[in-house]
Design a protein around this ligand. Structure first.
Ligand code: ZN
Length: 154
């Protein structure tokens, strides 16, 4: 059986950035299951996996444009600390959820605090990052009707 649409594929992977730093990885014996052809993965990664068999390993490099986009400087802003009502101490590295322009929830990261000014970054944490996936196909099975209808693995 090969990786194809309407099949549930289990993959083990290690994700590193352009500097070789590990960003994410599956644990041994705990692969990630996804429904192929349902946009569960980044398109470039899904495309590279198509046609592979159990046991196949591949390295897929995804540019920022194909991944989570380039860093948008407009999404990095200074705001007044007063905007963080109810937060006792604002520190770099803290993450908040905020409503985006379209009402969607986005993650906002505190990058720096200087006096009353807080620099926040609403870019995706992986924006501007080249993604290197080392992937091994662990298992493939046919998806059931409900999984296909829902667009995800049960
Ligand atoms: Zn479901």
């Amino acid at each position: 059986m090969i990786v194809d649409n309407k099949r549930v594929v289990s993959i083990a992977f290690t994700l590193t950035d352009g500097d070789g730093k590990t960003l994410d990885a599956t644990q041994p014996g705990k692969p990630l299951d996804y429904l192929h052809g349902a946009e569960n993965l980044l398109p470039g990664l899904e495309k590279a996996l198509a046609g592979k068999e159990v046991g196949d390993s591949l390295t897929v490099t995804i540019s920022p444009e194909e991944g989570f986009g380039e860093v948008n400087p407009d999404l990095i802003q200074n705001v007044s600390a007063a905007a963080f009502q109810g937060v006792e101490k604002i520190e770099p590295g803290m993450a908040f959820e905020a409503k985006g322009p379209g009402g969607e929830v986005e993650q906002v990261l505190v990058e720096a605090v200087e006096g009353d000014q807080v620099r926040i970054n609403a870019n995706h944490p992986l924006a501007g990052v080249t993604l290197n996936f080392d992937v091994t196909v662990v298992a493939i099975r046919e998806a059931d009707e409900q999984e296909i209808a829902h667009g995800h693995v049960h």
